[in-house]
Design a protein around this ligand. Structure first.
Ligand code: ADP
Length: 271
């Protein structure tokens, strides 16, 4: 009788512990949902006034309201640039929140990776030129096809390209390469920039993670781009990774399953 009383007491204690753990889990989940909702609301609320601030600045800059005095041009340029930075940050926050809530819609379709790469390179050509960086593209002559969400993949390419550009020195070069072995497609973006120290590997794909978070950091960013890119790539059942050497440069690459031209009848299906 003694052992069974002891057993019963242990059992009661375990049950009590489990109840506490379950309550704690529920509180964590509720807190997570509040955080997520808060982030989403704040981002949306910030976006509307920011859009109107940016539009007003653009209107003044365009000279529609009269010629802009030379002395006002530098502060207006700063306002426009930082307005854009804030808009990028808000977009990233909204994307992240949507992705984590499973609310980001993906529209898969068969598409040419060649065209995707060309489009992404063209979209960043102006930025590259401004920074004095030479971009070369190496693409096979025949179309390589994959199933993917065009806009989301452009977002990934933009992230990789703009990182390669902003972490390069003026006069540097960036090489974008598309390769296929018949089964897998590989896009790589190689730069000769600052590189990433080996001990930063854990942080690169994290949230709000910037390898150089010091105040003397030259280039702006949110530290969200690669986290979002990784989530997009993974939704495509693809992989993203990099090789880098500090002071020599970095190569970021993404890989996906290739689809054969004749399989592309299943347009719209998930990969
Ligand atoms: P962001 O560029 O907005 O800071 P990302 O998530 O795109 O954020 O990148 C995270 C960090 O990884 C960057 O802040 C930078 O430290 C490092 N990084 C990414 N791409 C490169 C690159 N091509 N060369 C050097 N460092 C890079």
């Amino acid at each position: 009788a003694d052992t069974s009383a002891k057993f019963y007491k242990n059992y009661q204690e375990r049950l009590e512990q489990l109840k506490l753990i379950r309550e704690e889990n529920e509180r964590t989940k509720a807190a997570y949902e509040i955080k997520s909702q808060f982030l989403s609301t704040v981002s949306h609320e910030l976006r509307t006034p920011l859009t109107s601030i940016k539009a007003s600045i653009d209107l003044v800059n365009a000279g529609v309201l009269g010629e802009v005095p030379e002395t006002l041009k530098p502060p207006l340029a700063i306002a426009a640039k930082n307005g854009q930075r804030l808009a990028n940050l808000i977009d990233d926050l909204l994307d992240l929140q949507k992705m984590e809530a499973g609310e980001m819609d993906f529209h898969f379709e068969a598409m040419s990776v060649n065209s995707l790469v060309k489009e992404a390179v063209e979209a960043t050509a102006g930025y590259a030129e401004k920074l004095g960086i030479h971009v070369t593209t190496i693409i096979p002559a025949t179309d390589v096809m994959m199933n993917g969400d065009h806009d989301r993949l452009i977002q990934v390419m933009n992230n990789l390209l703009s990182n390669a550009l902003k972490f390069s020195d003026e006069g540097g070069s960036v090489q974008v390469r598309l390769e296929s072995n018949g089964n897998r497609v590989r896009i790589s973006v190689e730069d000769e920039g600052v590189g990433i120290p080996a001990d930063a590997r854990e942080r690169v794909f994290g949230k709000f993670s910037q390898v150089d978070s010091s105040d003397i950091r030259k280039v702006g960013g949110t530290g969200l781009g690669l986290n979002i890119s990784k989530q997009i790539v993974e939704r495509h059942k693809g992989t993203i990774d990099y090789e880098s050497e500090q002071g020599v440069g970095s190569t970021f690459f993404v890989e996906f399953d290739q689809v054969q031209q004749e399989d592309t009848g299943e347009t719209g299906s998930d990969p």
